[in-house]
Structure formats: structure tokens, C-alpha cells
Design a protein around this ligand. Structure first.
Ligand SMILES: Cc1ncc(COP(=O)(O)O)c(C=O)c1O
Length: 401
């Protein structure tokens, strides 16, 4: 579909066939210690969206700026929508879980990475560089393997080993950096500046947010062409949240829904820059420290857009402690059979904390963004396997269950 780029920070708009990243006017003009400025949105004319909405065979990929080539090479979904009987009975609420942890690389990040791969291929590029805390890198590496693209991945050396190992197995050039995610981000920019290729950094490349919107559009179809009333989104950089918002925004402008769902920004108390900005209106970075590595972000790349999205949707932020995140992770496993990584479980923890504010007549979705297998190290010294027993039938009598 034809699109333009728009910067909501300064109002700049352009239509171009070139690949562009930040707003050429206000990109990176933020003050020291503040959220990045000049993240571009991909925007369509309302008339085009309305014409699209009238198509009898309308599907998720129709809403994208680049066609998905050979979609069966790396299918994006639909991911399951789980209506856990036990959790719904316990809460007395119409809640469902959107299982984006079931995407092929095990996290939501496939959505952004697939669109960036399509952008690269449409522009005749074969190399993509990025920085990642782990999941985006694994997703990009998987899709690179599927489509034969060259992936160069800068990650903090401290990222969970499972996520790094995935990327190595998928055949990416993995560069662990002795430094933070921000350091890896800067190195990846230097890489594309010197060696070319496309940069897929979260929010920096507008296609990352645009790709993530497919989750909301898919959900709209799965709920019988309806949006939920409320959606809980685990948030670090605010790129997933921006993407979730953008999906509903396009549906609204296509005339397919009447209003945006209330978007609830779920953050860790140890990494709550966006939540603070929603409250205070000040875009201040924080010093992040949380067990939920994927949402541990000091300087949120898409923070300004996330704040706007939450406010415009009538939503708010809910912050949860590491203890609440781990308890929510356990409860998802033991009550619903759903194994989500800590960052994703933060959305459920936020739902649990906030449920007293929900109306039973409302439909609620909790977005689970990454599988629990991604970060098994989180259980070290917290959980041990039961002791082995002798292979002796007499053992059965001694079992208390
Ligand atoms: C599993 C998971 N959940 C949530 C997030 C948070 O997304 P964002 O940083 O776009 O807010 C991430 C980001 O890496 C993630 O991997």
C-alpha cells in the first residue's frame, strides 16, 4: 500500500522511495537524558484504508507497506488466542491471552523482523544489521536464514544465553558487546554507516513499529472483527506498544472499529521510564534494573510515541515488581499451562494488579510476547527439580500424592 512517513514530534511528512530512519528535522535533537525524538510513523491515506476495508478477502498483510513475499517461507501467525477457563473463572473477567510467544522464533519480534526483511528485499538489499537485547536478534536471524539474508547482530554480552545461541544457530554474525544495549545500538549504526545494508534497530527503522501492528490486526480478525476493550502490553522501549496502537489506529481509520481499545502499558518497577512519562509528561531516562531483561530499558527508543498512544487510547501504566512478575509467570504456568518469559509475564502481573479496576462487561486481552524457554536462567537458585527416586515399586507408597 502507498504510504508516507510522518513525524509526530515536529509534524514533518514525506513520501519517498528511499529508506529513511529518523526524522531529518528533529531526529536525535532531544536533550541529554531525555527520550529519543523524531521516530517516524508509516501513514496511509484514510481513503486507501477505507477502500481496503471494503475488500471481501481482506487479510492482515493487506495493511502493510511492503508485500510479504512467499509468506509460507516464514509464516507470522495467526498466533493462538487462549481463553483459559481456570483464569477466567478465578477473575470473573472476559480475559484472553494473545500468544505471540508462539511465533516461530519464540517471540513477538518476528513481526517487526519480517517486515524489515521485506523492506530489504524490495530495495535489493541482502544485509541487515541490528542491536538487540536478544529476542529481536533471534527473530531477525531466523528470518534471515529463511530468506537467505545476511544478518549482523550486536548484543550486550550479558544477554540470556538461549537467545544468543538461537541467533548463532540461525547463522547470523553475532557480535557480543562488552557494554549495554545502548552501546550495541551505537555500534550497529556505525556498522551500517561504514559497511552498508539496512539497519533494523527498534523504532529507529520505522518498519519495526509498522510490522508489530500485525498483532492487533490479527487479533481483530480472531475476535470476530472486533477490538478488545482493554489490552495489556509489556513495555520496555515502547515499540511493541507503538505497534499495537498503530494496528488499532489503522483499523479505526479504515472504519473497521469505532474506537481504540484502552492500552495499558505494563512496566517493571525497575524500568519504568515510560510509566513515569505518562504520569509526569517529562521524557526522562531512568537507570533500569529488572529481572525481566527484555523490558529492562533505560532510554526507551519509542518512548514519546508510546506515551502518546497510551494517552490517546484512554489508557494508563501499571508497574509491577520483579517478585510480582515471577509470581505471575508461575501462575500462568500452573493455572493455564502457558509458559511465558518474565518480560511477557509482566503484562499478566499488571493485569492481576489492575483487575479490580476492570468491568466484567469489558473484553480484555493480555499480550504474551515471548516464550519462557527463552530465559531458563531466571529460575537458577529459585526452583529445583525433585530428587530422583530409586527404581523400586516400594517408592510409590512413599509418595505423598
Ligand atoms: C518478550 C518481549 N516482551 C516485551 C518486550 C518489550 O518491547 P518494547 O521494548 O518494544 O517495549 C520485548 C522487547 O524486547 C520482548 O522481547
Amino acid at each position: 500500500m502507498r504510504f508516507k512517513y510522518k513525524c509526530y514530534d515536529c509534524g514533518f511528512e514525506t513520501v519517498t522511495d528511499d529508506i529513511i530512519y529518523l526524522c531529518p528535522h528533529c531526529g536525535s535533537t532531544e536533550k541529554e537524558g531525555e527520550f529519543r525524538k523524531g521516530i517516524l510513523s508509516v501513514i496511509y491515506e484514510d481513503d486507501e484504508l477505507k477502500a481496503l476495508a471494503a475488500r471481501p478477502d481482506l487479510g492482515v498483510s493487506d495493511f502493510l507497506p511492503y508485500p510479504i513475499v512467499d509468506a509460507d517461507t516464514f509464516p507470522l501467525g495467526p498466533t493462538p488466542v487462549v481463553r483459559s477457563r481456570r483464569i477466567r473463572e478465578r477473575c470473573g473477567l472476559d480475559v484472553c491471552f494473545k500468544m505471540d510467544s508462539q511465533l516461530l522464533s519464540g517471540s513477538f519480534k518476528d513481526r517487526a523482523s519480517l517486515l524489515v526483511a521485506m523492506q530489504a528485499m524490495a530495495h535489493g538489499q541482502t544485509k541487515i544489521a541490528l542491536a538487540s537485547t536478544g529476542n529481536a536478534g533471534a527473530a531477525m536471524s531466523a528470518i534471515g536464514a529463511a530468506y537467505g539474508l545476511d544478518i549482523v547482530l550486536f548484543v550486550p554480552a550479558s544477554a540470556p544465553v538461549n537467545k544468543l545461541m538461537q541467533s548463532v544457530l540461525y547463522g547470523a554474525h553475532v557480535v557480543p558487546v562488552r557494554g549495554s544495549y545502548d552501546d550495541a545500538f551505537a555500534l550497529s549504526l556505525e556498522y551500517t554507516r561504514k559497511k552498508g545494508g539496512i539497519n533494523r534497530n527498534t523504532a529507529y527503522n520505522p518498519m519495526t513499529i509498522e510490522g508489530k501492528k500485525t498483532s492487533s490486526i490479527e487479533l481483530f480478525f480472531q475476535l470476530g472483527r472486533k477490538a478488545p476493550d482493554v489490552i495489556y502490553v509489556p513495555t520496555g522501549d515502547g515499540c511493541i506498544l507503538g505497534g499495537v496502537y498503530k494496528g488499532f489506529y489503522d483499523l479505526l481509520h479504515a472504519g473497521l472499529i469505532e474506537r481504540l481499545p484502552r492500552i495499558i502499558c505494563a512496566q517493571s518497577e525497575g524500568s519504568m521510564a515510560i510509566a513515569q512519562a505518562i504520569e509526569s509528561g517529562e521524557y526522562r531516562n531512568v537507570k533500569a534494573d529488572t529481572i525481566a531483561d527484555s523490558i529492562s530499558v533505560s532510554s526507551p527508543a519509542n518512548g514519546r510515541m508510546a506515551v502518546r498512544a497510551v494517552r490517546e487510547s484512554g489508557g494508563y501504566a501499571v508497574c509491577v515488581s520483579d517478585g510480582e512478575i515471577l509470581a505471575a509467570q508461575r501462575e500462568l504456568c500452573s493455572s493455564a499451562g502457558l509458559f511465558a518469559e518474565p518480560a511477557a509475564s509482566a503484562a499478566y502481573a499488571a493485569f492481576l494488579k489492575d483487575r479490580k479496576n476492570l468491568d466484567p462487561s469489558q473484553t480484555v486481552t493480555v499480550l504474551l510476547t515471548g516464550t519462557g524457554f527463552k530465559d531458563m536462567a531466571v529460575f537458577e537458585n529459585k526452583l529445583s527439580l525433585p530428587q530422583a527416586v530409586d527404581n523400586d515399586p516400594a517408592v510409590i507408597d512413599s509418595l505423598p500424592f
